[in-house]
Design a protein around this ligand. Structure first.
Ligand code: NAD
Length: 375
């Protein structure tokens, strides 16, 4: 961990806090990248990291990503993320979740937690007994499963990308969409696409998920390896990160890449490789922000209609990003980064900026209850 301030400087973090709870064995890191736009919201990931340096790297990378995602989505929220070191299936206990809730509470609302890999709605419900600063629970006012709104946002962004390349004339009727991964988001995306008349080509490593889509929407199925070379209008990655790389890009036969997966480009140069093939890329964190918009809505009292309106605006966001990329001669992911940085700079400079940190006690985020866990 020597040189940690170098990492904070290069990523641009405000604060990184390490937590240890002897009794429960909790080892957690909260990364607060930016509170320029508001309190830093981002999920907690529980993962069996190879070592502590890997956990730190992950929290720094993920929390910075949340700053950009919230900024482009037009939310008055900063970027944060937490990681818990350990195996979520074998090492997670109620005591550990309680200790994590106390850890979140101790940063006084600068960080608001939610689910991520290895954490469930049930965990958030438990955590909320120890902190006001947790969203995505199932209790009253909870926003529920975010994947429906993530898929709706991807659907909107995909339509904007189609318009950008002049395909479909505003309709998806008869267009071919190849969906990689038909889990939570992929399922709902297939539902929107099918209703709009698109032809679905799908893959998943989990046969039950594939069967469900085939039965409900009549999709064509290909193997996980074949999905890249499918002739289609849109390739929608909804499974894994880093799947746009020097092994997969040469295989692609699509005109657009637009899907929900996080960190789709393995390296920045893969963005250029897509462009060189004439493929338009809808940047991941801009098109998949529907889930964040959904969960963030809890902070102001969850209103599904308002969420729907905000997520619909992902169409406009993707349109703006792709237009900007074309007019400035830059890549779409660079245009998204510029949009985020511009908003952050404007708010930093503006006298009327949202306060970098609002007193969270004024927010209706849930009640802290005291709960004694039986040992
Ligand atoms: P999920 O786990 O429900 O679905 C992922 C699916 O991908 C699973 O069915 C899995 O079997 C499949 N899969 C895994 N490896 C595969 C492979 N090699 N080939 C084909 N299929 C494979 O996850 P999700 O919640 O639907 O999220 C999908 C992606 O979108 C993830 O990258 C996630 O980080 C991102 N994302 C999700 C949300 C959300 O609201 N859930 C929000 C933003 C981003």
């Amino acid at each position: 961990m020597v040189g940690i301030f170098n990492d904070l400087e290069s990523y641009g973090h405000e604060q990184v806090v390490f937590f240890h709870d002897k009794e429960s064995g909790l080892k957690a890191i909260i990364g607060i990248h930016s509170t320029v736009l508001g309190p830093a919201l981002g999920g907690c990931r529980m993962w069996n990291y190879a070592d502590e340096a890997a956990a730190l790297r992950d929290v720094l990378r993920l929390s910075r990503g949340m700053t950009y995602k919230a900024a482009v989505a037009g939310l008055n929220l900063g970027g944060g993320k937490a990681v818990i070191i350990g195996d979520a299936r074998t090492q997670k206990t109620d005591e550990m979740m309680a200790a994590f809730g106390r850890a979140v509470e101790s940063v006084g609302g600068r960080y608001i937690t939610a689910e991520d890999v290895g954490m469930s709605v049930k965990d958030i419900d438990l955590i909320r007994n120890f902190t006001k600063h947790a969203v995505g629970g199932s209790n009253e006012g909870g926003s529920g499963d975010p994947s429906v709104m993530t898929a709706f946002g991807v659907f909107q962004g995909m339509k904007a990308a189609l318009k950008h390349v002049g395909l479909g004339g505003g309709s998806l009727e008869g267009l071919k969409v190849a969906v990689q991964g038909v889990g939570n988001v992929g399922y709902h995306l297939c539902s929107y696409l099918s209703a709009a008349g698109a032809k679905l080509i799908i893959t998943d490593i989990y046969p039950k998920s594939v069967e469900r889509i085939v039965q409900e929407f009549g999709a064509e199925v290909v193997s996980p390896d074949e999905i890249y070379s499918v002739e289609c209008d849109v390739f929608a990655p909804c499974a894994l990160g880093a799947i746009l790389n020097n092994r997969t890009i040469p295989q692609l036969k699509c005109k657009i890449v637009a899907g929900s997966a996080n960190n789709q480009l393995e390296t920045d140069s893969d963005g250029a490789a897509l462009q060189a093939k004439g493929i338009v890329y809808a940047p991941d964190y801009a098109i998949n922000a529907g889930g964040l918009i959904n969960v963030a809505a809890e902070l102001d009292g969850y209103n599904p209609e308002l969420v729907n309106q905000k997520v619909s605006k992902i169409y406009q966001t993707i349109e703006d990003i792709l237009n900007r990329a074309s007019s400035e001669g830059i890549l779409p992911h660079q245009a998204a980064d510029k949009l985020a940085e511009q908003r952050l700079d404007e708010v930093r400079k503006s006298a009327n900026a949202p306060k970098s940190f609002q007193n969270p006690s004024s927010r209706n985020v849930g009640q802290t209850k005291s709960l004694v866990i039986a040992k």
